[in-house]
Write a protein that binds this ligand. Structure first.
Ligand code: ZN
Length: 226
């Protein structure tokens, strides 16, 4: 009987049917690799390589984020290939206005979403671990824009990851420069296949994210260094 139970457990684990404590099944590295055979656009691509000139400021690879803890071991920005292609087009359009993209976060392993939820349980600002985040699907980008000449960030209504109402894209802004900057980032991203989040001016979802699964693959696993 014990042997049968063990075999059953191994079978379930092998098939990837085991769920986490929030009842969500996140894709493993093996499943992700398998999915690429029939859907190559699901590939997670390194944005620093795919979009030359893009700037990274991966806050969760530092302690400078709302958890106060270093969540990632590597400072990386990955997204699904179709998302990266749309972002590349957005970068070309931004360049016409003399600005470039700076990324705070892109693909996020599911375990990080669980951690965020356990630190800060308000799902207005952090994704519910019961559903997972669009970042977990490789379909969301947290970003701002920088002046291409100086490299400085353009002024926005709040800092990245602010939990204030001023971070909501629909909150009126008095300062005309800040309003212009916010309008620029949102309009360019939305013309290129993204939709801004209702409570975060810096968060953009790829339109069509529903077709991509939640994944729990670390950057080290992805790069084969672990
Ligand atoms: Zn985000």
């Amino acid at each position: 009987m014990k042997k049968l139970t063990t075999l059953l457990f191994l079978f379930i684990s092998f098939c990837g049917f085991s769920q986490n404590k929030y009842g969500l099944k996140a894709t493993t590295l093996a499943e992700y690799k398998q999915s690429l055979a029939s859907a190559p656009q699901k590939e997670l691509v390194n944005l620093e390589e795919f979009i030359p000139g893009i700037i990274l400021d991966i806050r969760y690879a530092t302690t400078n984020n709302f958890t106060g803890e270093k969540i990632y071991n590597l400072a990386r920005a990955y997204s699904r290939k179709s998302v990266a292609q749309a972002l590349k087009k957005a970068q070309e359009e931004f360049r016409k206005s003399g600005v470039g993209i700076k990324i705070f976060d892109a693909y996020r392993p599911y375990k990080a979403t669980v951690k965020f939820y356990e630190v800060y349980r308000d799902t207005t600002y952090v994704a519910s671990p019961y559903r997972g985040s669009r970042h977990n699907r490789g379909c969301a980008i947290d970003m701002t824009i920088v002046d291409l000449k100086t490299g400085k960030e353009l002024q926005m209504p709040t800092e990245f990851d602010s939990f204030k109402k001023e971070a909501w894209p629909k909150t009126p802004v008095k300062d005309p420069v800040i309003k212009k900057n916010r309008d620029l980032i949102i309009s360019v991203m939305e013309r290129n296949g993204f939709k801004v989040n209702a409570s975060e001016w810096w968060h953009f979802d790829f339109v069509g994210w529903q077709k991509y699964e939640v994944m729990d693959i670390d950057y080290e696993e992805l790069e084969g260094t672990r």
